[in-house]
Design a protein around this ligand. Structure first.
Ligand code: 13P
Length: 252
């Protein structure tokens, strides 16, 4: 079965509202009418409203980069799924390795987040991936098994295909050290096999992205791999022409 490629740019803590609008003004003529690739920008909370407004009517979707798992409460500085839904985001990225590492995001919280995002009718991107030390110690599959099975634990089998899983090896993030095609393919195929343990149909439909030093120059090769259905892009997604080059690499 053919899966629609999904290319998302994760801006991380970059871009004021003014910079975000400048980016969208640059991207719309390059990719605003692409209909054979799902395209998203993952935007800091402060620029979400502006980017939702400036991408309206185009094929560019807006995702948030984090959400709290509680519906509301005394969690200073956090936002809920309902708050983001009100802004009309299309989805939310959760479990990024930077959030796991610096903000103690746990698999236990992620299973709640993923289920709540789906319950609100939004799309989750669940990030998973091993560290350099874990790969060296041959623990990659063990790490992915825990992160994927825990993260999806509260998702009903019939909803699994609505989740996108981003495989981002930590050693490839922001380092310029991209995974080899074989490493990316093997990990993404393994992730798909974990979904197949729950539902063969869902495994056929679910999208698995690769992330980590994706650039216009390497996008076509990575995105052409059988089990890689898209990319989650950091640094190379901050410039409209560069991001559009990666989107182009995802087109058949
Ligand atoms: P880079 O593309 O900058 O390596 O970042 C990848 C990433 O973390 C996307 O979420």
């Amino acid at each position: 079965m053919s899966r629609t490629p999904f290319v998302a740019g994760n801006w991380k803590m970059h871009k004021t509202i003014e910079e975000a609008e400048e980016f969208i003004t640059g991207l719309l003529p390059l990719a605003g009418a692409v209909d054979d690739v799902q395209i998203a920008v993952c935007v800091p909370f402060t620029a979400i409203q502006a980017v939702v407004d400036s991408t309206r009517g185009s094929s560019i979707e807006v995702f948030a980069q984090n959400v709290h798992e509680a519906d509301q409460g005394a969690y200073t500085g956090e936002v809920s799924v309902a708050m983001l839904d009100e802004l009309e985001v299309h989805g939310i990225v959760v479990g990024h390795s930077e959030r796991r590492q610096y903000f103690n995001e746990t698999d236990a919280a992620l299973r709640v987040k993923v289920a709540k995002i789906l319950a609100a009718g939004l799309e989750p991107i669940l990030c998973v991936g091993e560290s350099d030390a874990q790969r060296e110690a041959n623990e990659t599959e063990d790490v992915l098994r825990v992160q994927v099975t825990e993260g999806l634990a509260d998702v009903a089998d019939e909803d699994l295909a609505k989740v996108t899983i981003a495989y981002e090896p930590i050693w490839a993030i922001g380092t310029g050290k991209v995974a080899s095609p074989q490493q990316a393919q093997d990990a993404c195929a393994f992730i798909r096999s974990l979904v197949a343990d729950r539902s063969a149909d869902a495994a056929e439909s679910i999208r698995v992205q690769y992330g980590g030093s994706v650039k216009p120059e390497n996008a076509k090769e990575l995105l052409g791999l059988p089990d890689v259905d898209g990319a989650l892009v950091g640094g190379a997604a901050l410039d409209p022409a560069s991001f559009a080059g990666i989107i182009e690499g995802a087109r058949a």
